[in-house]
Structure formats: C-alpha cells, structure tokens
Write a protein that binds this ligand. Structure first.
Ligand SMILES: NC(=O)c1ccc[n+]([C@@H]2O[C@H](COP(=O)([O-])OP(=O)(O)OC[C@H]3O[C@@H](n4cnc5c(N)ncnc54)[C@H](OP(=O)(O)O)[C@@H]3O)[C@@H](O)[C@H]2O)c1
Length: 403
C-alpha cells in the first residue's frame, strides 16, 4: 500500500494513472499533477469511472520549479514520483526527489530545451547523491527506452554468453487517419527524429545524415516495412552495460508521406528551436508547430493497426553462434478500449507502471541511479503480459541486415 505521485497529464500520464488505479493494493493513493490541473481532473474522472479506485487526486504544478515540486511532494508524501511530463523536467524533478527523499522513475532522458541533444550524462551525474540519500532513480522505464533494455538483459541472462550484435526494431503500422501527426509530444518527437543518425560499432559512434540508411525489416504480424537508422538513447546505456556488444543500432519505420511532411517542416524552418520575433513576441517555431498539430493524446479514437517493437540479437552461447528475436505487438484499438489512449502511450505507460510496482514491492531496489537493464529482468517479464503487453521470443531466426 503506497502513495504515488504521477507528474504529466498527457497520453502517457493517462495510461499510467489508469494502470496504477487497476492495482489499488499497491497504489493505494494516487495523485496526478501537471501544468494544467483540468487535464488531470479529466483523466481522473475517466479512470475513477473505469476502475472504481476512489483515492485519486489532481494537482497543479510547474515541474520546472523545484520549490513548487518540493512543496507538493511534502504535502502528499508519496513513496515514489513517476515522471511522465517532458524530458526537460527530469533534473528539476530529480532535485525535488533528492530534497524530499522520494524514489524517482522516468521514461526519457534529460534534454536541455535550447539544444536538441539527449544523453545520460546529466542524470548519471546524480549517482552519488541518490546513493548517499538511500533512494533509487530508475531511468528510461517506458518501451524504448525501457522494455528494449529489459529484453536485452533477459537475452544476456538466459540466452547468450556474449551479445555481439544488437538491432532494436521499432515499427508503428498504425493509421490514425490524419495527414500528419506525431505519436507522442510533437516537440520532443520531431527533435528526436530530425537529428543525425548514429550507431555504435567496434567501440566507436558512427554518425550519419538523418534517415540516410534504411532497410526493409520484416515485422511479425505486419510484414516488411522500410525502417530507418536513427539514434536512440538506450544505445548509450546498453553499450555501456553490455560491453561485449560490437555493434548496436536502432531502426524505426516511417512512411514516405510522413518523411515528406517532415522534410517540408524542416525546409520551411518550422522544426527550428531558435527563437524568432513575431508581432513583437519571441516564439520558437517548433513550439508553435506543436500548438497546431493534432494532440497525440487525442489520436486514439480512430487509430487502427499495431506497433511492433523488439530486439534482434546475435552472439555466442556455449561456443556456438546464436540468433534471437524478442518482441511485443500492441494493438492501438485494444489500448484505446482499455485506457482511452493510443498504442504508443500505452506501450510507454504500462512498463512505467510495472517498474513502479516492482520498486514499491521491493523486487527492484537499490540506492543510486539505474538504467532498467541493470535490474533483474525476470520479475518484470513475468508480469508484462498480464499487464497488457504480451511478448514473444524466437531463436535461430534470420535476423541479419547489414549496413
Ligand atoms: N520510453 C518510451 O518508450 C517513450 C515513448 C513515448 C514517450 N515517452 C516520453 O513520455 C513522456 C510523455 O509523453 P506524452 O506523449 O504523454 O506527452 P504529452 O502528451 O505532451 O504530455 C506531456 C504532459 O506534460 C505536461 N507538462 C509539460 N511541461 C510541464 C511542466 N513544466 N510542469 C508540469 N507538467 C508539464 C504537459 O502539461 P500541459 O498539457 O498542461 O501543458 C502534458 O500534459 C515524454 O517525456 C516522452 O518523451 C517515452
């Protein structure tokens, strides 16, 4: 029986609130706090109706303001903060957790607003302070990062003596019926996918032009889809935590239509994060673009099709070369029926809730800052299916696609 504070009332926040409320014996009291309190109230009304959990509360907070966060944490006194607002707020929320002695969990690594750059260095720098305080920070507990790290840890523990090649393959074969929309926060999403590509090979990072490398990847239950090599944050922690890895890459599907929209957005300057003066005001084009694009939280209703995300691994077991594929497919419609959120929010919110459960029941514990793959994958994967994300594995499959 624990109190939990969820910060961020977007698509992912909706799923986390809903999933926590389905487990009242663990999450006995839930507070959902965000910049806009009415969004929390709306989610809470839906979740109370669908789950019957009667101890849900809404609050307003600016998660970039440490004193406000500290005051809110002290007034509610949770055991854990689940941060599913934006990556810009990772450090302020970690600061507030340190000041109040409360555990922390997030799904995306810190990004400074003024530079589209994401890396773990800022959050890993909190290691000693979290250790000294005797509290735990769990980083990147969504799907990717998150389940992809746990899939890799499971492969390392149960299937390989050494992992040599890791390809994370991420397909969204869903259709929301809009000409162009992003599946999570448009500002964060566009910053991520317009960056240069990057992958790890033989101890070095190799940079490519954005979307310069693509391959057809065959996704289970979906079929072949053009997949583009992009940089993704879990590559940084996985290559550090599994030093036998010789090459690690991340692939994501984009349709031609999507890439054309993206090119136009970039070419006309709307993806820029440099402020411009407009009618006497300083505005950031990408922030303005977010305001006119569909809200990812509203995409669920007409979303059909599935996501498929997994890890394709090659390495050595008992002196023999072995290939292995582990994945989950998630239906947008099923996610919406259960939580009124689409599949991308669902695949992020379910692992965050499950990670929180394991932290609260003591199956995942420790003092300091952890990436998910550093923890025991077994209790997580035992429950992931019953929490709504069934997973599958296959050995000795044809998984090779060379750069
Ligand atoms: N690991 C993964 O697999 C994965 C996948 C997808 C997304 N994510 C991460 O999940 C997080 C949430 O994504 P989402 O799609 O739910 O985004 P979203 O729909 O844009 O929701 C973000 C929420 O954060 C709130 N927020 C923003 N700034 C705030 C502040 N200063 N103080 C308090 N609240 C603030 C917003 O409040 P207002 O609406 O009131 O402005 C909004 O409700 C993001 O960090 C994203 O990177 C991870």
């Amino acid at each position: 029986m624990s109190k939990v504070l969820i910060i961020g009332a977007g698509g992912v926040g909706r799923v986390v609130t809903s999933k926590c409320a389905q487990h009242p014996s663990i999450f006995s009291e839930i507070m959902l706090a965000s910049r806009t309190k009415s969004k929390c109230e709306e989610i809470i009304a839906d979740v109370t109706r669908s789950t019957g959990h009667s101890h849900l509360r809404a609050a307003q907070v600016d998660a970039e303001n440490v004193p406000q966060l500290v005051a809110l944490i002290r007034s509610f006194n949770p055991k854990l903060v689940i941060h599913v607002a934006l990556p810009y707020q990772d450090l302020t929320i970690m600061d507030a957790c340190l000041e109040t002695g409360v555990h922390y969990l997030d799904t995306a690594n810190y990004e400074p607003k003024e530079e589209a750059k994401f890396e773990y260095s800022w959050q890993w720098a909190y290691q000693d302070r979290f250790k000294e305080k005797g509290i735990m920070a769990l980083l990147g507990c969504g799907f990717d990062p998150g389940v992809t790290g746990i899939f890799t840890a499971h492969a390392a523990k149960h299937h390989f003596d050494e992992i040599h090649y890791l390809d994370i393959v991420d397909c969204n074969a869903g259709d929301h019926g809009k000409a162009f929309a992003t599946n999570f926060n448009p500002e964060i999403n566009i910053r991520e996918i317009t960056q240069k590509g990057k992958y790890f090979q033989d101890g070095q990072w190799i940079e490519t032009e954005p979307h310069a490398i693509s391959r057809m990847v065959n996704y289970p239950g979906i079929g072949p889809k053009n997949s583009y090599l992009i940089y993704h944050e879990e590559l940084e922690s996985l290559t550090k935590n599994f030093p036998t890895i010789k090459r690690a890459r991340f692939w994501m599907t984009f349709s031609e239509e999507y890439l054309t929209h993206l090119r136009v957005i970039q070419n006309i300057g709307m993806a820029s994060i440099d402020p411009v003066s407009f009618k006497g005001q300083q505005i950031i084009p990408l922030e303005f673009l977010k305001a006119v694009l569909p809200d990812p939280g509203e995409l669920g209703e007409n979303y059909v099709g599935e996501t498929s995300i997994g890890c394709r691994i090659r390495g050595i077991k008992d002196g023999e070369e072995k290939t292995y594929y582990i994945w989950n497919n998630c239906s947008h419609e099923k996610a919406f029926t259960e939580t009124r959120a689409q599949g991308v929010s669902y695949t992020t919110g379910v692992p965050a809730t499950l990670g929180a459960m394991l932290m609260l029941n003591g199956q995942w514990s420790g003092s300091g800052v952890f990436n998910v793959e550093e923890l025991n994958p077994d209790p997580f994967l035992e429950k992931l299916g019953t929490m709504g994300l069934e997973w599958h594995e296959e050995t000795n499959v044809d998984i090779e696609f060379e750069v």
